[in-house]
Design a protein. Structure first.
Length: 370
């Protein structure tokens, strides 16, 4: 392939312009194992029919498209932002901000308000409606445990003395006469029985009085009360402590001020946030991009290979070894010269060939001769 410009403006300060300048592929090399293609371009002119080399630029392409390491750089184009109107419409004309007067407005809500029922002559106390019942409930006497119960129980005898009820029977059982221990049947004067010499002593031994359990003991104990009723010595004090008058429970309804019943609702109605005109509206609208930068290949895939009518190339990108092999034609032993037939590939080459450290498209107009 060969490129030509009638006038070449050198970007170097020590050079001016050259006329009739050509750029031509000089050589190329392919490393099939490293997946690398290198193409060498030479810029030259003729002077007195002698070729004078002005610069040489080597372009290398490596890696397959799926390789992690390759020479690919995405081609980018700028197109009109189809969402521009929507994004502009989405910029809020008003925004919510913290109410700067919130605390002031809350402080201004009264916690109390004038009482519509206020009566300055109304007393603050009323007769105690429970006075009589409370007085009647004060006991005149108290029932307490009998403090003398044990002492009184101790005075009741558990046993008593009574006439011996068995004395006559016991006396009747004492023999008046007893067998004569010296009786002699052969002695006519000897008596078989003799007076009982112990009769009187035995009678005297029988007690006239005996001690028996007190038959009335239980009844007497039960008759002693366990509790006794005593006078309430604090009766007068307790009665006098009962108030004849009590605070009027409804007095607050007739006081000069009452608690504001709507306080919570009034505070809740004060907004924490208020809506104001968006001070950044113009800047935010201005910040909406009228054009967006996208991948050129993605666009072509989505649009069946058709480029948009309005587009600008932002970055021509850079192909991999795999893609570059498909861009170039020729390069055989019989015909070693390389060619680019694709218009995009030709434009890409004009942008990416650098001579004298600058793209040949900047300040110059090269065209393809072959």
């Amino acid at each position: 392939m060969k490129l030509y410009t009638k006038i070449y403006n050198s970007p170097l300060d020590n050079e001016d312009t050259f006329s009739e300048v050509f750029i031509e592929d000089r050589s190329f090399s392919i490393d099939r194992y490293e997946k690398k293609l290198t193409v060498s371009f030479e810029m030259y002119r003729f002077k007195n029919e002698r070729k004078i080399s002005l610069d040489i630029h080597n372009m290398s392409f490596y890696g397959m498209n799926d390789d992690e390491d390759n020479s690919n750089r995405t081609s980018l184009i700028s197109i009109p932002n189809i969402n521009y109107d929507y994004e502009v419409a989405a910029v809020p004309t008003k925004i919510s901000v913290t109410n700067p007067n919130y605390n002031i407005e809350v402080a201004a809500v009264p916690t109390s308000i004038p009482n519509p029922n206020y009566d300055e002559h109304r007393p603050s106390t009323i007769l105690n409606p429970d006075y009589d019942a409370l007085v009647a409930a004060v006991p005149l006497t108290f029932i307490i445990n009998n403090p003398n119960h044990k002492a009184l129980v101790d005075t009741i005898p558990s046993k008593i003395l009574v006439n011996n009820p068995d004395r006559d029977l016991l006396i009747s059982n004492i023999p008046v006469v007893i067998d004569n221990p010296f009786y002699d049947a052969n002695d006519e004067e000897s008596d078989a029985k003799i007076p009982n010499p112990d009769y009187d002593a035995l009678i005297d031994a029988i007690p006239l009085i005996v001690e028996i359990p007190n038959p009335d003991y239980g009844a007497l104990v039960d008759a002693i009360p366990l509790t006794v009723e005593i006078e309430n010595l604090k009766y007068d004090i307790e009665v006098n402590s009962i108030p004849l008058y009590i605070p009027d429970p409804e007095y607050i309804l007739y006081s000069p001020f009452i608690t504001n019943p709507d306080y919570d609702n009034q505070v809740a109605s004060i907004p924490n946030l208020i809506e104001i005109d968006n001070p950044d509206y113009d800047a935010e609208v201005e910040a909406v991009n009228r054009r967006v930068t996208i991948s050129m290949l993605d666009y072509l895939h989505e649009n069946e290979g058709v480029m948009p009518e309005d587009f600008e190339v932002v970055d021509w990108g850079y192909p991999t070894y795999e893609d570059a092999i498909g861009y170039f034609n020729g390069g055989t032993i019989e015909e070693p010269e390389l060619f680019l037939s694709n218009p995009f590939s030709r434009q890409w080459l004009l942008i990416n060939i650098e001579m004298k450290n600058k793209s040949i498209s900047e300040g110059n107009s090269f065209e393809f001769l072959s």
